[in-house]
Design a protein. Structure first.
Length: 119
């Protein structure tokens, strides 16, 4: 997005981040309403129907110009960045935390139910 809107970058990233909160709030609410209505599939129908206006909007919006944006990232530049120690530590931290989270949740699935050990 910074290539397309270099002067409104902060505002657009704010909107982008805000949509995560909107989805996290409206998603469970939509499923609760669908369950209250009697069919959990209604939530998915509503989700599918909500994408139609978004697709129409994207289809008819004019293409923004890329003037004034940053230069595209080349393979040589990507290699240079990936050798930076800070980037390597960050990548290792992300992989480690993802592994711990995945291993922990995987371990919870194997936890025996209470009372099943005595049988």
């Amino acid at each position: 997005m910074s290539h397309l809107y270099p002067h409104r970058r902060g505002r657009l990233f704010g909107y982008y981040d805000m949509m995560w909160a909107v989805g996290a709030t409206l998603g469970p609410l939509a499923v609760t309403i669908a369950l209250w209505a009697g069919n959990w599939r209604f939530a998915y129908y509503a989700l599918g129907a909500s994408f139609l206006p978004v697709v129409i909007l994207i289809w008819y919006l004019p293409n923004p110009s890329v003037d004034g944006g940053d230069d595209p990232l080349t393979l040589a530049e990507l290699r240079r960045i990936s050798r930076n120690p800070a980037v390597l530590v960050m990548a290792a931290g992300i992989l480690f935390s993802t592994g711990v989270e995945g291993g922990y949740s995987r371990g919870l699935q194997r936890t025996p139910k209470v009372g099943s050990l005595s049988r």
